[in-house]
Every structure is written in C-alpha cells, then in structure tokens.
Design a protein around this ligand. Structure first.
Ligand code: SF4
Ligand code: SF4
Ligand code: SF4
Length: 255
C-alpha cells in the first residue's frame, strides 16, 4: 500500500529529534491531545489514541476524524507543520453539537449489549435489568446504538438552553475537560479489558493444567477397581476349587 504521508511530512519526521522519531510516543501523545476523544472509531482505528499513533507513524492521514471537524485537521496540521487539508468526509460528517445517547428504559430488556459496546463505560446496568446512560460521561460515539436488539437507544441533542454552550459546540477539543475525562475512562476500560483477558487466559491454563491430574486420579481409580476385581476373581476360583476337591485344601487333620 502506498504511504499516506507526503514526502514533506516524511522529511519532517526524519528531522525530528531522536526521542520522537524513535519512539513516536511524544508526537502521538501531542496528536492525541488534539483529538476530541469521542472514541467512535470513524477514523478507521479503534479509538483516538490508536489513530494518533497511526498519524505519528505515517500510517494515517490527518483528516480522518469527523468529530474533530476541520478545526481538528488544522490543529494537527499546525502541530506537524504541514498544510491543512479538507476533512475527509468518507469517514463521516461532523455534528453541529455534541449529542448524547438516551435509552428508552421502558423497552430495555437488560441484554448488556450496549454497555459492552460503550468505549468509555458510560452505560450503567446489569444483566436482565434496565440500563441507563450517564449523560455526563457519554461522548455521543453511537457505538451502543447498532447492538441494541430493542432499538431503544437514540442520540439526542443537548437541552435547548445548552445549545450555545461552548461545551456542546463542534468537537476538536472545545471542551478539553470533557475530552480528558473521556480519555481517562477509555484508558481505564482498555486496562480493565486487558486484565479480564489475562484472567480468562489464566483460568483456561489452570483448567488445562488440571486435566492430567484428573485423568491421573481417574486412571488410579480404574486401576484400583481392576485390582479389586482380580482379587475377587481369584477368591472365587479358590472357592470353586475347594468345593470340587474338599480334601485337597484341608488343614491336615485327615492325613
Ligand atoms: S473521535 Fe476522531 S480520532 Fe477519536 S475515534 Fe472518533 S474519529 Fe477516531
Ligand atoms: S453511551 Fe453510547 S453513545 Fe454514549 S459513549 Fe457510550 S456507546 Fe457512545
Ligand atoms: S442493548 Fe438495548 S435492550 Fe440491551 S441493555 Fe442496552 S438498551 Fe437495554
């Protein structure tokens, strides 16, 4: 696949200090700090940080984030020292204001599909219980909508009185506080998923390791049963012989 970055951008990366070119981490973090942290995946990556990392490594273009809007593209271009380009709407269109998800709780069957899909753990609820969105933590990413079998989740605009609030204007980090909260909740969720994955792998390994000892104990039981059966058969044979030849096995009194 042809590289996405222009020669100019590649040359700029080449001139960067060793700690940035080698690790890319500081640059990725600077890009991530510009991104709106909606964590919607519309850029083609599973979150803002992976997209930031991809831009820093030259694997993605700077204009793939619809929630970040044109302002976001310009900020990233400014950081990298490259000319801005139009937002690539093949990845989606920006929204006029930040939307939040709302669950029609009367229809919810408590299947948990939505809470498992939420990248920032903004949905509260338990199995077979009503679920609800914590509006202050919802980024409006829409990822909970498609998995809902009851079609009872919808995005709603902020309350009318908040429509002109800067916090609800198009993204690109207008509300850095909300973006920072979303980033930390996203990271916390990633860590939780990783921990659960490791725990599941540990349990699977434990089960696997326990298999031989179970077989061992099963085969031990079978061996004991075979031994017992052999003794019983030997005793039965001896009894048969004694019955058919009564004098053969006397104590010697008749001799
Ligand atoms: S907010 Fe932008 S960078 Fe973050 S996941 Fe969505 S499209 Fe990608
Ligand atoms: S509640 Fe839905 S829209 Fe809001 S952050 Fe979670 S998945 Fe995204
Ligand atoms: S996916 Fe829909 S039905 Fe299932 S718990 Fe969420 S809101 Fe309720």
């Amino acid at each position: 696949m042809a590289p996405i970055l222009s020669d100019k951008l590649r040359k700029r990366f080449a001139r960067m200090p060793i700690n940035e070119t080698h690790m890319n981490q500081p640059l990725a973090e600077q890009i991530d700090a510009i991104l709106p942290q909606t964590q919607c995946g519309k850029c083609g990556f599973p979150g803002c940080k992976p997209y930031a990392q991809a831009i820093a490594e030259g694997r993605a273009d700077i204009n793939q984030c619809p929630p970040g809007d044109q302002i976001g593209v310009q900020k990233i271009a400014g950081l990298l020292g490259v000319p801005p380009k139009p937002l690539n709407t093949a990845h989606g269109f920006p929204k006029p204001y930040k939307m939040v998800a709302l669950i029609d709780e009367s229809l919810c069957i408590g299947c948990t599909f939505c809470s498992r899909a939420c990248p920032v753990d903004a949905i509260a609820g338990a199995v077979k219980q009503m679920h609800t969105v914590i509006a202050a933590e919802c980024t409006g990413c829409e990822l909970c909508i498609a998995p809902c079998p009851m079609d009872c989740i919808h995005l709603v605009p902020p309350a009318a009185e908040n429509l002109n609030n800067a916090d609800n204007l198009p993204a690109a980090g207008h509300n850095r506080q909300a973006a920072d909260l979303a980033r930390s909740r996203y990271q916390f969720r990633q860590q939780r998923l990783e921990r659960e994955k490791q725990e599941a792998a540990g349990k699977a390994l434990e089960r696997k390791n326990n298999l031989p000892s179970r077989f061992e104990s099963e085969s031990k039981t079978a061996a004991e049963a075979r031994k017992k059966a052999a003794i019983q058969a030997a005793l039965a044979r001896a009894k048969t012989i004694r019955t058919s030849h009564p004098g053969t096995h006397s104590s010697g009194k008749n001799a």
